[in-house]
Design a protein. Structure first.
Length: 95
């Protein structure tokens, strides 16, 4: 993980997206898709995505990009058929 990495973390509201604005020792400074900025323990980051944003962009611009990314994730989620996923998973366990 580095500054600019888009990450996922668990919150009371569910799994949220954020950009790592900077590393601060064992913590990271995050900006969420909701526009909140705070320090978060690095070990509690659930997933570091393959997406990267320029941390030098303005907070409103970064937030807009995170909201766009959330929309793409939700769109892909709607396209996934659980039956197909289960079939794939079941077949891979028997191999």
């Amino acid at each position: 993980m580095r500054a600019g990495s888009v990450i996922e973390f668990k919150d009371k509201k569910g799994i949220l997206l954020a950009i790592c604005k900077r590393l601060e020792g064992s913590s990271v400074r995050l900006l969420t898709e909701g526009g909140k900025e705070f320090t978060f323990p690095a070990e509690k980051v659930a997933h570091v995505t393959s997406h990267f944003l320029d941390p030098a962009l303005s907070d409103p611009h970064l937030r807009e990009k995170l909201v766009d990314l959330r929309g793409k994730v939700e769109e892909m989620t709607r396209e996934i058929k659980l039956e197909d996923l289960w079939e794939f998973y079941s077949e891979s366990e028997t191999d």
